[in-house]
Design a protein around this ligand. Structure first.
Ligand SMILES: Cc1cc2nc3c(=O)[nH]c(=O)nc-3n(C[C@H](O)[C@H](O)[C@H](O)COP(=O)(O)O)c2cc1C
Length: 219
């Protein structure tokens, strides 16, 4: 059993504003984030992707196991394969799997089985949840941990002036085959990253967020 070792909390850069104002400014930034499904082919340097993934990698995780891997795909042939794989699953989803209620809930977003963005966006970050460590060791609260890391990743990309989509073609096992990844890496979500297309539109319904009174309870 390892003995705990403690170090002083590293100093932070002093916030320029008091907490409420700083939080308000951050909210102003975050409320501009939108899921984008129409990307520009404009290149994004790999270095930007590296920094975004570093930010995701700072996320908290159960027992600090960091049960994630971020597979960053920029190769056009691979992106095409992913598009074809995703579209095959999505056709099944829209024609059979989704069911009436789910389709009704998706209707205001105007999504369908066409996933052109998977080829157009310069980068696809395929987030993998590790079922166990690479050495077979256990991981804890992996779903919660990877979800939080994805939140960091989306915020980092947005902060960098880039657009993202949280895409979940289901089932996603085809990604292991295309990307040559081992079975303990479970595809969690596919995140296209890039600039929005000049003529990009987003569903008006996505702008409707619940008011604070509905999501915050002061107890
Ligand atoms: C876990 C998760 C899965 C999602 N899967 C898809 C998807 O497969 N395809 C898609 O077009 N959007 C997907 N979305 C995006 C949502 O539709 C979008 O976040 C929602 O409509 C709100 O829009 P906003 O992100 O612009 O605020 C997903 C979002 C989340 C969080």
């Amino acid at each position: 059993m390892a003995e705990p070792r403690f170090v002083p909390l590293p100093p932070r850069r002093a916030p320029a504003l008091p907490p409420a104002e700083a939080a308000r400014a951050f909210h102003e930034t975050m409320r501009e984030r939108r899921s984008v499904r129409m990307f520009s082919p404009r290149p994004v340097p790999f270095e930007a992707i590296e920094w975004i993934v570093r930010a995701a990698g700072t996320a908290p995780s159960g027992a600090n196991k960091q049960p994630w891997r971020f597979v960053c795909v920029g190769d056009p042939a691979r992106k095409r394969e992913i598009r074809l794989g995703a579209e095959a699953e999505e056709r099944e989803f829209y024609e059979r799997r989704a069911g009436e209620r789910w389709l009704a809930d998706l209707a205001p977003l105007g999504t369908d089985e066409n996933k052109e963005f998977l080829e157009v966006a310069p980068w696809l970050i395929v987030v993998m949840k590790l079922a166990h460590g690479d050495d077979g060791s256990p991981v804890y609260y992996a779903t919660e941990s990877v979800g939080i890391a994805v939140g960091f990743l989306l915020a980092a990309a947005h902060h960098a002036g880039l657009a993202t989509l949280t895409h979940t073609p289901s089932p996603m096992a085809f990604l292991n085959r295309i990307l040559g990844r081992p079975a303990h890496e479970r595809p969690f979500v596919v995140i296209p990253v890039g600039y929005p297309a000049d003529d990009c539109v987003v569903p008006a319904a996505a702008l409707e967020k619940k008011p604070l009174g509905e999501i915050l309870v002061r107890a």
